[in-house]
Design a protein around this ligand. Structure first.
Ligand code: OAD
Length: 230
């Protein structure tokens, strides 16, 4: 047992794929079916609130129908042995539902909504449906609590700090296409072992000290956790 040792885990859509949530950029992924510019930008919200709300309502509805998978649960097991800190790009709550304690959401959370006038007014939505006319306490329309393309990512400084404190860094199920999240690995201290679990052939030659585990999150994470515990 080495609770002093910190393992920082950066997760992306791939860890939730086996729970039945589509990734974004795989074939058949969400960005093949929807235009990012129409549903995931502040401009889209100004143009067509109903469409944006519907897009996230469907994602939220689906979240109530899926369960964490072995990949999420393996990270909970890891917590019994290490100080595990998860940084997730995912807006689902599957890490929390599996039982992970330290989860930082970089891109927001589906089950939360916030005031469109004051970003500090954040609420947990009751049920899956956000509707036109649902207002914050100051009378402004509520919007999804999601970091849209073109918006700043408020949690990045904290995530960078966490990344630089890692004794071991683990990346699971992300195409590393979206910045600033994809740049977090640059904050990992030189010499720190880095593992990447993803079935695809990602171009990650620039990441020093990387061990690539080309497997799905469920099996790959379980194997890595067994190895780290030993
Ligand atoms: P992507 O869809 O870009 O990448 C998903 C990754 O998961 C790919 O590298 C796949 O190979 C991998 N993958 C697929 N199935 C897997 C499995 N069973 N186990 C492990 N890996 C698997 O998703 P992200 O990198 O998470 O942002 O995307 C980053 C951000 O872009 C998202 O947070 C979202 C999106 O636009 C916002 O919406 C703000």
């Amino acid at each position: 047992m080495n609770k002093q040792k910190r393992i920082v885990v950066l997760t992306g859509a791939g860890i939730s794929a086996e729970s039945g949530i589509s990734t974004f950029r795989d074939s058949g992924g969400l960005w093949e079916k929807y235009d990012i510019m129409e549903v995931a930008t502040p401009e889209a919200w100004h143009r067509n609130q109903a469409l944006v709300m519907e897009f996230y309502n469907q994602r939220r509805k689906q979240l109530y129908e899926v369960q964490p998978n072995d990949g999420h649960y393996a990270l909970v097991e890891l917590e019994k042995h290490f100080d595990v800190q998860i940084i997730t790009q995912n807006v689902d709550d599957l890490h929390e539902r599996a039982g992970s304690t330290n989860v930082m959401h970089l891109h927001g959370e589906l089950k939360k909504v916030r005031s469109s006038a004051d970003e500090d007014l954040v609420y947990t939505l009751d049920g899956w449906e956000l509707k036109a006319g649902d207002l914050c306490e100051k009378g402004s329309q509520l919007r999804p609590h999601i970091v849209w393309f073109g918006e700043p990512v408020p949690m990045i400084p904290a995530a960078a700090e966490l990344s630089s404190s890692a004794d071991i860094y683990v990346i699971i199920g992300t195409s590393l296409n979206v910045y600033p999240a994809a740049g977090l690995v640059d904050y990992v201290r030189p010499g720190t072992p880095i593992y990447l679990i993803d079935p695809s052939d990602l171009s990650v030659g620039h990441i020093r000290g990387l061990t690539m585990i080309r497997e799905k999150a469920s099996t790959g994470t379980k194997k890595l956790v067994q190895q780290l515990i030993k």
